[in-house]
Design a protein around this ligand. Sequence first.
Ligand SMILES: [Zn+2]
Length: 76
Amino acid sequence: MLAVKKDYETARNKAFTVVNSENNKKHSVLFKIDKNEWSCDCKWNSLKETHCSHIKAVISKLDKEKVKSLIKNLGV
Ligand SMILES: [Zn+2]
């Protein structure tokens, strides 16, 4: 399981820490708002063009929150 924690948010960046609960490894994921670009400090992300599992974990968490707030706004 990957746990996503939001570190901070500025006008240009959003920073997250993703912790793998199986081996306790931490990775720093950064979203550059102005470039619409994700980065992560893991090896996978520097080797491959695709998003690593840490970035995907952050995106899916953000998507879930978006859905939740949409539902809230609809008053369902
Ligand atoms: Zn990663």
